[in-house]
Design a protein around this ligand. Structure first.
Ligand code: GDP
Ligand code: IMO
Ligand code: MG
Length: 426
């Protein structure tokens, strides 16, 4: 098996960063294909914690080339800060191990202001990360306003596009302090610093494919935040599901051999929107405390809920998952009972189909199965023999319901806190 996709099977923050770092040990290339610095991917190595927003989670592995594909939207301020931060921590980042697509769109400082402006005028409280993600993808699709990384290399062209944006976005920009002069100055500096990294990543990906290199595709956000399949409009502005691997990097679907969905043993969600299995306040707080469920990007408390197998099966179908990594099992170590949602009850009838209507979803009541807790510490487990029978039963229950193998579980934040249950995926 030479290629694998690692993507979020829930509402984001499933531990994709950790799993990507673990699997990147055997990867030649790690490529991000969608999202932007709304992502926060945490990797813990002993007493060092790294939170990555734009740079792929293969960067901590020497000999891995990290690609930011055309489907990603890039805030250069964040990216340069991230490069500086990693270098200050002794991590090698250079134009050999980081390649940025010339076709990727830029998040401009005015996109955050447009987002704020739009939020003020709307009754839908999405609770975004305020990183300007929506307005940037809107400009990309709109075609007149979008600015691509490659435009920085033709600065006259960049300047013309900037002028168009400053004119058409004048209303939203009234409240802020962006001036044409300061933007040109800033982006001229950015262009100088970023130009060595700018690559035709489509050509690069095909070079590595032809050389039969091992590629790991790293997703951001999660299936239930997908613009098409998520709980619209309480979603992000990109496709976070498997199709985005192709469109966000310029590769064909046959290249994708293995699709691993990452799921917590429970569910969390940051921001607004319906969430059928949300826990009652005392339990929600308890799980948030043990699981340290605070956003890696915005530090907002994450809402916690029981594992929702209806939503997870939907994610399995949409992505064609070939495996699931179940994470944060250790957070359940002290519980006596664990609930899993096996169906929704809508107007008195049970269903296992995830509804497209938000109104229907809001009226769905979860139907729970209760499984016994293991009441043992998992954090020191490293091999299958260290896993208590009740934990195995829980894992088997989830795997059987979804009809997808769970060959790997995570029992703590550290890179080492992982247990391989089945045959290695690659
Ligand atoms: P991502 O966005 O999917 O990469 O996930 P985040 O990094 O936003 O959130 C996952 C959080 O859980 C981070 O703080 C991780 O350090 C932590 N974490 C990852 N795996 C485990 C685990 O198995 N157990 C516990 N207790 N924490 C974990
Ligand atoms: P990672 O990659 C969790 C959520 C926001 C909000 C919605 C839209 O770390 O899993 P946006 O700023 O994207 O327009 O916000 O999506 N959201 C995430 N939630 N993890 C993320 O990324 C997220 N990225 C966006 O909270 O509800
Ligand atoms: Mg995250």
């Amino acid at each position: 098996m030479s290629n694998i996709v690692i993507l979020g099977a829930q509402w984001g923050d499933e531990s994709k960063g950790k799993l990507t770092d673990v699997f990147a040990e055997n990867a030649d290339v790690v490529a991000r294909y969608q999202g932007g610095d709304n992502a926060g991917h945490t990797i813990v190595l002993g007493d060092k914690t790294f939170i990555l927003h734009l740079i792929p989670s293969g960067i901590l592995r020497p000999n891995t080339v990290n690609v930011i594909g055309n489907g990603v939207v890039i805030n250069l301020e964040t990216l340069l800060r991230e490069i500086d931060g990693l270098q200050a921590q002794g991590v090698e980042v250079n134009s050999d191990n980081l390649k940025i697509s010339d076709r990727a769109h830029l998040i401009m400082p005015y996109h955050k202001m447009v987002e704020q402006w739009e939020q003020m005028g709307s009754t839908t409280k999405i609770g975004t990360t305020s990183r300007g993600i929506g307005p940037t993808y809107s400009d990309k699709m709109n075609r007149h306003a979008g600015i691509r990384v490659g435009d920085l290399l033709e600065f006259d062209h960049f300047q013309k596009k900037l002028d168009y944006n400053l004119e058409t976005k004048a209303d939203a920009l009234q409240s802020g302090d962006v001036t044409r002069h300061s933007l040109l100055e800033t982006f001229y500096r950015y262009a100088e610093r970023i130009s060595p990294y700018i690559t035709d990543t489509v050509a690069y990906m095909h070079e590595v494919l032809a050389a039969d290199k091992r590629i790991l595709f790293e997703g951001a956000q999660g299936t239930m935040l997908d613009i098409d399949f998520g709980t619209y409009p309480y979603v992000t502005s990109s496709n976070c599901t498997v199709g985005a691997v192709c469109t966000g990097l310029g590769i064909g679907p046959k290249v994708i051999e293995n699709v691993m969905g990452v799921s917590k043993a429970y569910v969390t969600r940051v921001g607004g929107g319906p969430f059928p299995t949300e826990m009652p306040p005392d339990l929600d707080e308890h799980i948030r405390d043990i699981g340290k469920e605070y956003g890696a990007t915005t530090q907002r408390p994450r809402r916690c809920g029981w594992l929702d197998l209806v939503a997870l099966r939907y994610a399995t179908q949409i992505n064609g998952l070939t495996a699931i990594a179940l994470t944060k099992l250790d957070v359940f170590d002290t519980l006596t009972d664990i609930q899993v949602c096996v169906a929704y009850r809508y107007k008195g009838k049970e269903t296992t189909i995830f509804p497209s209507s938000l109104k229907v979803l809001e009226e769905c009541e979860p139907v729970y199965e209760t499984l016994p807790g293991w009441q043992q510490g998992l954090t020191k487990a490293r091999s299958p023999e260290d896993i208590p029978q009740r934990t195995r039963d829980y894992i088997k229950y989830v795997s059987d319901y979804l009809n997808v193998p769970i060959p790997i579980i995570s029992v703590g934040p550290d890179r080492e806190q992982i247990v391989q249950l089945g045959a290695p995926l690659w």
